[in-house]
Design a protein around this ligand. Structure first.
Ligand code: PRP
Ligand code: URA
Length: 181
């Protein structure tokens, strides 16, 4: 396996901060905006973004929840091994709110499609946006585009992008993994 580091350390943090500034530019305060991280790995991004926003806007209430999409996946019945669901934790109203969905990687777009379905159970938002840390370009199976992008990566299907987080993995890092034959 060949591991290429695309982003880490201070540059990783600067990218998160830039995404926060872009959110502030578009949303001003966060009184009508909520952040939703997609389980399992989008929640690390959503929590980090929420933490940074709270530092920049200490007087704002930043609402952040976790959305599990397991039962909305289009391959739910096709999997050989049963999928184990994660927790959904949305303890606020999303009806009429601006929702910023977050996931670490955007690839085929199927996770985001499932997230749109899963979110319907919680009401009708005024608007939904998508923030992703890594956009693997030209690989969509579904017409999904992100409104906020950390980095864009050109890659082939056999490669994999892996995002590591300081909180759980010991360091902030985005890697592109390629199989060497
Ligand atoms: O745009 P997509 O093709 O849906 O890929 C993006 C998703 O893939 C990853 O999850 P995971 O490692 O669980 O992959 P999986 O959804 O393919 O199982 C990642 O954390 C995103 O949620
Ligand atoms: O490269 C990829 C593709 C899907 N999901 C990931 O986490 N990485």
């Amino acid at each position: 396996m060949l591991n290429l580091t695309l982003l880490d350390g201070q540059k990783f943090q600067i990218t998160i901060q830039r995404l926060c500034r872009q959110l502030i530019e578009n949303h001003n305060d966060f009184s009508n905006t909520v952040l939703i991280g997609i389980q399992p790995r989008g929640i690390f991004l959503a929590k980090r973004v929420a933490e940074e926003l709270r530092k920049i806007l200490p007087n704002d209430t930043i609402l952040q929840g976790d959305l599990d999409i397991t039962f909305y996946r289009d391959d739910f019945r096709r999997r050989e091994n049963p999928l184990v669901p994660n927790q959904t934790r949305i303890d606020f109203i999303i009806e009429g709110k601006k929702v910023v969905m977050m996931d670490d990687v955007l690839w085929t777009g199927r996770t985001i499609r499932a997230a749109m379905d899963a979110m319907q159970a919680f009401g009708r938002p005024e608007k939904v946006e998508l923030l992703t840390l890594v956009d693997r370009r030209y690989s969509r199976h579904i017409p999904v585009a992100a409104d906020y992008v950390g980095i864009e990566v050109d890659s082939i299907a056999s490669q994999r992008v892996v995002v590591s987080w300081k909180e759980t993995d010991g360091e902030d890092k985005i890697e592109l993994l390629s199989e060497v034959k």
